[in-house]
Design a protein around this ligand. Structure first.
Ligand SMILES: Cc1cc2nc3c(=O)[nH]c(=O)nc-3n(C[C@H](O)[C@H](O)[C@H](O)COP(=O)(O)O)c2cc1C
Length: 181
């Protein structure tokens, strides 16, 4: 698969088979995330992989009970991953130029996408989920008080269809040498 083919293959999967996901494969996804770039190489992330069925059910129900009324499928995912924001330790010169957590959020996004792309290469489906009550999940996972779940992932073997990507055209999102509105 070329990189473009892999990028096309990754999609948000919201239905999964009951097939168990091997820890080895999940750790390969974490290795891909580990290789993501980060400001000052701060690597402000931790991945809490939830593959214990009872805990998946508990946390999945918490995700499903979000105010937007979406993510009901989270209860049926074989694996959930909590991407936890860690304090970004920037080099002294960079400190104070922007809030540390601004770059951290960029970094967390990069690492999360590395995870999802690696999963896609392994035939695993993922869905990034931003709609959830983070306080409830922080407590369920027993996170320290100063840590927060940034984003959740559902992971499993997809049982749904492959969709055609809905994206803005390249010429609408790109221009050379000047901004075109
Ligand atoms: C930060 C972020 C939060 C998201 N939150 C949710 C979510 O809570 N529930 C959901 O079903 N999809 C969620 N998505 C998935 C997007 O809807 C999806 O990536 C987008 O529609 C493009 O579709 P694709 O991923 O299949 O290419 C989220 C994606 C991102 C990047």
């Amino acid at each position: 698969m070329t990189f473009l083919e892999l990028a096309r293959t990754r999609q948000s999967d919201r239905a999964f088979t009951t097939q168990a996901v091997r820890r080895e494969d999940l750790l390969t996804c974490v290795q891909a995330a580990q290789l993501a770039p980060s400001a000052c190489n701060s690597q402000p992330w931790k991945f809490v992989i939830i593959d214990d069925a009872a805990l998946v059910k508990q946390v999945g129900t918490m995700i499903a009970n979000n105010p937007l009324g979406i993510n009901k499928f989270a209860e049926t995912a074989p694996v959930l991953v909590a991407v936890v924001e860690e304090p970004a330790v920037l080099m002294a010169k960079a400190q104070g130029t922007v809030p540390n957590d601004r770059w951290a959020k960029f970094d967390l996004g990069s690492a999360t996408e590395h995870f999802c792309l690696q999963a896609a290469e392994l035939g695993l489906g993922t869905c990034i989920m931003g709609a959830f009550d983070s306080e409830a999940i922080n407590a369920a996972l027993d996170l320290p008080k100063d840590r927060n779940v940034f984003i959740m992932l559902a992971v499993g073997y997809p049982s749904g269809n492959t969709r055609t990507k809905v994206r803005k055209e390249v010429d609408k999102i790109c221009s050379f040498n000047r901004y075109e509105g």
